[in-house]
Ligand binder design. Structure first.
Ligand SMILES: [Zn+2]
Length: 412
């Protein structure tokens, strides 16, 4: 495995500048293309799974976090409040949950609306010490793939199971192999909210979901959120260090703190449960892991440049440029590299991380064909442009990790 910090800089994905500040990376165009593809994938998956997306501000009044419990249990990781005068203080949010709880509470809710799945790819902030910051894994500004499912106690297991299935599907599309599943439980120190019977119920629910899912997992004490236990999906970095990428949490605490309720079939008010879940966790950590896992050779649907078009000589340049425009029209990210960039061999080496390297010589240009070399070294026989674009576009559209779906010389 590679170190994502070094590779991220070499591949022009992201960087940092002391003037912006430690732990505050910026994304260069190629990194932004990867991130955009990842965010669009997640939003699409969430829409299909019945989530509705919201936006909420990255700031909130101090009182919001006093109610949620972050202020008393999590303030070491929070930025100091900003004084706006008149006794008003706002803070950069350490999580999205309180905003979503307030959005839930803003309308009357009936049992018919449950489970209510609210998703947001939103910013949150952690006041890390500068000594521990680096790359995309230890940052001070985080874009979280977050969602909260408000549901009845009876619906929790099914919702947690659905979230776990989304995580497993995303890992297949991203080519991620988890290091382990962990059931994270509270420890002996005092940073957890007290309410033993709520903890026991949440833990029993998550244990049941894990047991039924058939994945092997380990229980770990001292790793829970302050408000409840969680399922964590752990991944390992280039030196074998584990971190949490995805989580599913059952929270009986915050609905009580925010006084959430829904009207049941009996006409009475009932308390919903909050299931917190993140499929790819933070966008920063997910991209860091993808860079290390794939060494920059991303699955085609994520690659910053999906096709590089290589005219053999200046004579094929117009055909190459026309093909690049056609790819863009199909939503594929394409670039050209002409003879001014060196020999064909040198250009292919330079584009070694690009999934599809499309060569156009005089014969191909005359016959409307392309000769394609896959990143893994396989060569496809010269085939009509239409056919190649159709098959490559279908694999990209399906979020496949395969570069080609047939034998390399299938075309006659
Ligand atoms: Zn949450």
């Amino acid at each position: 495995m590679h170190d994502h910090r070094q590779l991220g800089r070499e591949l022009d994905l992201f960087d940092t500048d002391p003037l912006i500040g430690a732990g505050l990376p910026y994304w260069l165009p190629d990194g932004a293309a990867v991130r955009h593809a990842l965010e669009e994938y997640i939003r699409g998956e969430e829409r299909r799974a019945g989530y509705r997306h919201v936006y909420s501000p990255v700031l909130g009044k101090r009182e919001l976090y006093e109610i949620s419990g972050h202020w008393s249990h999590y303030s070491d990781d929070m930025y100091p409040p900003m004084d706006l005068g008149g006794g008003e203080q706002v803070v950069l949010r350490p999580s999205l949950c309180p905003h979503h709880a307030v959005i839930y509470r803003s309308r009357h809710r009936s049992y018919r609306e449950l489970p209510l799945r609210m998703a947001e790819l939103g910013g949150m902030y952690r006041a890390e010490l500068s000594g521990v910051l680096g790359g995309l894994t230890r940052v001070r500004a985080i874009q979280l793939n977050d969602a909260h499912i408000f549901c009845t106690l009876d619906q929790v297991a099914e919702e947690a199971r659905g979230a776990l299935e989304m995580i497993r599907r995303a890992y297949r599309a991203l080519g991620i192999v988890p290091a382990r599943y962990r059931l994270s439980l509270p420890g002996a120190d005092g940073k957890y909210v007290a309410a033993p019977e709520l903890w026991q119920r949440s833990t029993a629910l998550l244990t049941d979901v894990l047991d039924r899912s058939g994945v092997a997992y380990e229980a770990a004490e001292g790793e829970a959120a302050f408000y409840g236990p969680k399922i964590d999906v752990q991944v390992a970095d280039s030196v074998g260090r584990e971190s949490t990428l995805s989580t599913v949490q059952v929270d009986l605490h915050q609905p009580e703190r925010f006084g959430l309720h829904y009207t049941g079939p009996d006409g009475a008010k009932h308390r919903p449960v909050m299931v917190h879940r993140a499929v790819i966790g933070s966008v920063e950590r997910a991209v860091a892991h993808l860079v290390e896992q794939h060494g920059g050779a991303f699955p085609a649907w994520l690659a910053p440049t999906q096709l590089v078009i290589l005219p053999v000589s200046d004579g094929e340049r117009p055909d190459a440029e026309a093909l690049a425009r056609r790819c863009e029209g199909l939503g594929l990210r394409a670039g050209t590299a002409g003879p001014e960039r060196g020999s064909l061999g040198a250009r292919i080496r330079e584009a070694r991380l690009v999934p599809y390297q499309v060569v156009i010589g005089p014969r191909e240009a005359a016959d409307g064909l392309v000769a394609v070399r896959l990143r893994d070294g396989r060569r496809l026989e010269a085939c009509p442009v239409e056919e190649f674009l159709g098959r490559a576009g279908a694999l990209v559209g399906a979020h496949s990790t395969a570069l080609w779906d047939g034998p390399p010389s299938a075309h006659r």
